[in-house]
Design a protein around this ligand. Structure first.
Ligand SMILES: *Cc1c(COP(=O)(O)O)cnc(C)c1O
Length: 387
């Protein structure tokens, strides 16, 4: 039997009633991942609906500023604006093959909700998206997008009324309707097999990158880490290649010594959140810290995927954190010098490399995962950056 753990992290810390559903999900996934028809359908959707392969762009101005050859993996050019669609298309197809007729999902900033609503609309499946009430107000445009694509958005008023509470509600819905409902988790978090399945659906990012680099050796891969799905997606292909350094950039918010940050791997302690054992930003009684913060809503999560926790322990990936200020520097730099407005999340990886010259590829090129585009951040950015 396969392990449900990554080192000492992961597992299935869920109510008894979900154990059957997770077992069924795991069995279907194991079977379908090898199924030619399923793979063909997914490949076709990724190509003609989502827009894969995404370009690997040699950013010459950024390269000059950094002092080494740097490429951007352009996940920002995908349909709905970020890497999230790679996973929602995979899971919605999986749901259909499992004869589940209804989709539930959670969303924080709204990007995963939008990618889920799109995939469900495409398949003609009803879709309910749970979203913290605070987030529905902060991200009103994404709520409108989801509704326009036929999803029902249910505001969550428990707890801090943000992402972690939305996940709790989505899990509750799933427990109640498990016979006909599939829960589409948006990152490499949650109980097994989600961390592995979401990583597999996102690993197309790294596979394409390696193919596109051709004979250029890859000395460094950098990605931002919220739950960790775009990072796992690009890292997976390179983990067995010791010549490639891997850098995961968390959100340091106002600074990791202030408490107002989302640097879970750097500052968290081992605990259980949303069905898995990993690092968690919690107080000494195991309660989630209330002041988790990042300028980017997509990184503002008090947990992190268990595979990242394990890669931190084994030191195969180096984890660092960029402050809001460093991220905004990356955001402005790429806009001004490459004509590409990155998502505030991805800006953490760019800003970190721009301000910390110690980390660089020993030989070969650097690839930064540009996980999404900044269009969704325009309103927020225009309030904090005066032009
Ligand atoms: C959601 C999101 C993230 C954070 O999620 P991960 O699972 O860590 O990838 C990063 N970038 C963008 C553009 C996002 O929408």
């Amino acid at each position: 039997m396969r392990s449900k753990y990554f080192g000492r992290f992961g597992g299935q810390f869920v109510p008894e009633i979900l154990m059957n559903a997770l077992a069924e999900l795991e069995a279907s996934y194991r079977q379908l991942r090898r199924d030619r028809r399923f793979r063909g359908e997914l490949e076709d959707l990724l190509k003609h609906y989502a827009g894969r392969p995404t370009p690997l762009f040699h950013a010459k101005n950024l390269s000059r500023a950094l002092g080494y050859r740097t490429f951007l993996k352009r996940e920002d050019l995908l349909h709905t604006g970020a890497h999230k669609i790679n996973n929602t298309l995979g899971q919605v197809l999986l749901a259909r093959h499992m004869n589940k007729r209804r989709i539930v999902a959670e969303t924080g900033a709204g990007q995963h909700g939008v990618a889920t609503a799109a995939a469900a609309a495409l398949m003609g499946m009803p879709c309910v998206v749970y979203m913290g009430k605070v987030d529905t107000e902060r991200q009103a445009l994404n709520v409108y997008r989801m509704k326009l694509m036929g999803a029902e958005v249910r505001p969550v008023t428990s707890g801090s009324q943000t992402l972690k509470d939305a996940i709790n509600e989505a899990i509750r819905d799933w427990i109640k309707n498990v016979r006909d409902t599939h829960y589409i988790l948006g990152s490499v978090v949650g109980p097994y097999p989600y961390p592995e399945m979401v990583r597999d659906f996102q690993s197309v990012i790294g596979r394409e990158t390696r193919r596109q680099l051709g004979r250029t050796p890859c000395g460094l891969v950098a990605a931002c880490v919220g739950g960790g799905s775009n990072a796992m997606g690009i890292f997976h292909e390179f983990i067995k290649r010791p010549g490639t350094k891997l850098l995961g950039v968390e959100a340091a918010g106002h600074g990791i010594s202030t408490g107002k940050h989302a640097a879970t791997l750097l500052k968290g302690t081992v605990g259980i959140l949303h069905g898995a054992k990993s690092y968690v930003l919690q107080d000494r009684w195991g309660q989630i810290k209330p002041d988790v913060h990042s300028v980017s809503a997509g990184l503002d999560y008090p947990g992190v995927g268990p595979e990242h926790a394990s890669l931190k322990d084994s030191r195969r990936v180096r984890y660092v954190a960029a402050t809001d200020k460093e991220a905004l520097h990356g955001f402005r730099y790429l806009s001004e010098h490459e004509g590409i407005i990155p998502a505030l999340e991805s800006s953490h990886a760019i800003g970190y490399l721009l301000t910390h010259s110690r980390i660089r590829p020993k030989r070969g090129a650097c690839v930064i995962c540009l996980s999404g585009r900044g269009d969704k951040d325009m309103e927020h950015a225009s309030r904090i950056i005066r032009l």
